[in-house]
Write a protein that binds this ligand. Structure first.
Ligand SMILES: [Zn+2]
Length: 214
């Protein structure tokens, strides 16, 4: 089974992708994380990606497709994939599908976890991580104040650099303007499973699973 998963920031798509990967033995391919890893590499591509990330620029479509291809070629053909946030632009749809086809994979379903704009902002700006043990915390739930130490190891906690209201607003604008048209393509083709990300993790997961078993 080969799946695509989409959702705005804070929709919990990473969590759902992990749960689906475990249940259906899929390789979870998270584009953003792959680019963060490559951006730390001391290579031409690494420096190029770091520079684009530092300037909060979108990575060009052909670079995205090339990187995805490299990652996917090494996955055994009997293992399915769940592709997180790709194709991200209309321009990536044809090249990503061509690449999948070359690897003898076809897209079975596309999953869209929806979340109201204000809820994305509220969730993301409350997201903190420990700088020592890297565990994630939610302000008001796991920690009370912004200056509180990590509840696990006592280390200092901080927000991800772009998890500010302005940073989140910019990423959401890109999602709704650039990625939602891609999602609509999969809806037109009858491949879309749309679920409400305001529900609990368990409810969202069980709705996706029933959508896949139809
Ligand atoms: Zn810690």
């Amino acid at each position: 089974m080969n799946l695509l998963i989409f959702g705005p920031q804070g929709s919990g798509k990473g969590t759902q992708a992990d749960l689906l990967a475990e249940k259906y033995n899929l390789a979870h391919i998270e584009t953003g994380q792959i680019f963060r890893e490559i951006g730390r590499e001391n290579s031409d591509l690494g420096r190029k990606i770091k520079d684009l990330n530092d300037h909060k620029e979108m990575i060009p479509d052909e670079v995205t497709v090339e990187v995805l291809k490299e990652k996917m070629e090494i996955i055994s053909p009997e293992v399915g994939i769940i592709l997180d946030s790709a194709p991200r632009t209309l321009g990536q749809v044809a090249p990503v599908e061509k690449m999948l086809q070359e690897l003898s994979r076809s897209i079975d379903k596309a999953i869209y976890i929806t979340l109201p704009y204000e809820e994305s902002i509220a969730r993301i700006t409350k997201r903190y991580a420990c700088t020592v043990c890297y565990r994630h915390f939610v302000l008001g739930k796991h920690i009370e104040g912004r200056e509180d130490p990590c509840p696990t190891c006592g280390g200092p906690v901080m927000q991800r650099g772009d998890d500010t209201p302005d940073g989140v607003a910019k990423r959401l604008k890109t999602f709704y303007e650039v990625t939602v048209p891609v999602i609509e393509k999969y809806r037109e083709r009858g491949l879309l499973i749309e679920v409400d990300g305001n529900k609990s993790v368990e409810e969202v997961f069980s709705e996706i699973v029933s959508g896949l078993n139809l």
